[in-house]
Design a binder for this molecule. Structure first.
Ligand code: GLN
Length: 198
């Protein structure tokens, strides 16, 4: 049997416990990441939804931006959901000036592209690499407005891409942790397992 993966969930703000529970339900070990030493020996990292300006500010304060950047550049798989997608994006439309970010993924995202909290919605998505449709919960969600070279679009709505991948980075506009469905987490865990074998 494959060994258990150790996956960090950035736990500074946002939908943390739901990711921890999903990872545990997939049979993996989830570790809450609040400081640098929590990043040791991780097989992957989840950056949850919440508020990207706040997450960026707190990551900066905890001196986590540079460590996560270099681990991700060295190949550690990272999944960013909603605000986590904004954190990964190189360019942000409608962001706060100088909002701290990882800026690792060659995409442009537009924050709150689908409107305000009360315009939240759910949609079933075709997701490349997953056989069944995936339920997506969109809450003040970002939309991908530009993709660079080697960015693969995995799911889209009429408005544009809502799930993209580049190498070891996976970015989602929606919240896969807010439904019972585990398929997107399993997809990410497969990526972590593949990376570990390289
Ligand atoms: N609009 C938020 C941001 O830009 C993201 C919302 C969410 O994560 N649900 O950070």
């Amino acid at each position: 049997m494959a060994s258990t993966l150790k996956i960090g969930v950035l736990s500074l703000q946002g939908a943390v416990s739901e990711h921890v529970q999903h990872l545990a339900q997939c049979g993996e070990e989830a570790v809450e990441v609040r400081e640098k030493r929590d990043l040791e020996r991780l097989d992957g990292l989840v950056i949850p939804g919440g508020e990207s300006t706040t997450i960026g500010f707190l990551m900066n304060q905890a001196h986590l931006l540079d460590s996560v950047k270099s681990l991700c550049r060295d190949g550690m798989p990272v999944m960013g959901t909603c605000a986590g997608m904004v954190m990964l994006a190189r360019d942000i439309e409608d962001g706060k000036p100088e909002q701290p970010r990882l800026g690792l993924m060659d995409i442009t995202v537009k924050r709150n592209a689908f409107g305000r909290q009360k315009e939240s919605f759910e949609a079933w998505l075709e997701f490349k690499g997953i056989d069944v449709k995936v339920p997506g919960v969109f809450i003040r969600a970002p939309l991908v407005t530009q993709t660079g070279d080697n960015v693969e679009v995995l799911a889209r709505l009429q408005e544009g891409p809502v799930a993209v991948r580049r190498r070891n980075m996976l970015a989602l506009s929606f919240h896969p942790e807010l439904t019972e469905d585990l398929s997107v987490h399993r997809f990410f865990l497969d990526l972590c397992r593949m990376t570990g074998q390289q």
